[in-house]
Design a protein around this ligand. Sequence first.
Ligand code: GLN
Length: 473
Amino acid sequence: MSDAIELTAAQAAERIRDGELSARELFDAYRARAAADAGDLNAFTWVADAAPELPANGAPLAGVPLAVKDLFCTEGVPSQSGSKILEGYRPPYTATAVRRLADAGATLLGKTNQDEFAMGSSNENSAFGPVKNPWDRERVPGGSSGGSAAAVAAGLAPWALGTDTGGSIRQPAALCGIVGLKPTYGAISRYGMIAFASSLDQAGPFTRDVTDAALLLRHMVGRDPCDSTSLAYPGEIALPQGVDLRGLKLGVPQELTGDGIESGVREAFNATLALAEQLGASVETCSLPHAPHALSAYYLIAPAEASANLARFDGVRYGLRVDADDLLGMYTQTREAGFGAEVKRRIMLGTYALSSGYYDAYYGRAQQVRTKVAEDFRAAFERFDLLVTPTAPSVAFRLGEKLDDPLAMYLSDVCTVPMSLAGIPAISIPNGLSDGLPTGFQLCGPAFSENRLLDAAYVLEQALGFDGSEARA
Ligand code: GLN
């Protein structure tokens, strides 16, 4: 069975369909690995104990186990979004993204650790404690979907679901040496995802390779009547193909590739640009003039939406309740005890940004910047097929290193937040090591250009030949 752990999810599904591998044995092997990890990476908050009912023969995902970020509601299964305030919550329904994958034959292996309410870049803001990076256990896996990224990188799950609001799929994928894809906003239903910032949140896959990312994405996209912001996907997600990048025009935004990018990360990035040229792409510098303001706008818009979304956690309907003499006391003491420091910080930032008298100066202005950032991308895509950047400015940093400095932590998102504001798809693929730690290469394209992105990422992946097996040892 240890050989089966080395298969990608698509390979495992194929072998199961061909009768060469038993879905039950594969599930049990991963279940054992996930359960045994408990105190080591701390990647899971819950692992399925009984082997689940397996799908009928011929299901496209063939029973291949799937790890799911804690914030996806899963019927009868703990779903706390990494927060103490949802202690004991077991939702009565399942998120659409998870349900669709189950319908396609995926089996739920477990729920993964995350930053509380998906706020963070290091997975140190979890009520369940920090997740560790399988490449170096003294370092963070990135966040907020750190458990999903670490689980896939370490071979505790063949693939996983995460969410990305400002980088939470791409950045941990980069720091853990795996593939992470944030789809076009609206491509996947948000129904049943415990909300952080509703105009930005998107679900997406964590996988070992680009083919698996396409396969998982294919079975999640589409309009859902339960999420009015979801859209019918134009066409189908194809499995990636291609042998070269001939004819592809790549733009390199100068604002996201200069100052602030660690030298090892920049070298790996430049090497891959040269490789892309050898493969036939044209590579040219371009400009996203408003991108330098994206992070500031994001840290007003996301907390503003979070402060509204998190108002529902008051001890009345779900999770933790701290009893008090009166109702107001119950509300405030529940929120005081249930929310962690970063969540409280965001609620305060967001409430301030939305308060009368400051609304125009902060929230209104941030929305204007958001529009400008989206216009910058639109203009760039008139000249280029895709834009490329490093995924994160540094390799995985040490646990605790940025905990006392929220601004330094927020800078981890500098290369990923602009695409989130613009609602466009972006993928991070492993781009080799710097000082023994993974770096990521990010490609982004216009809305609904997932197939083009996946094809280009696939060609680069084949040429780069990254080997992540060290982290699974
Ligand atoms: N790190 C960013 C934040 O803390 C992004 C989080 C995310 O994408 N969920 O807001």
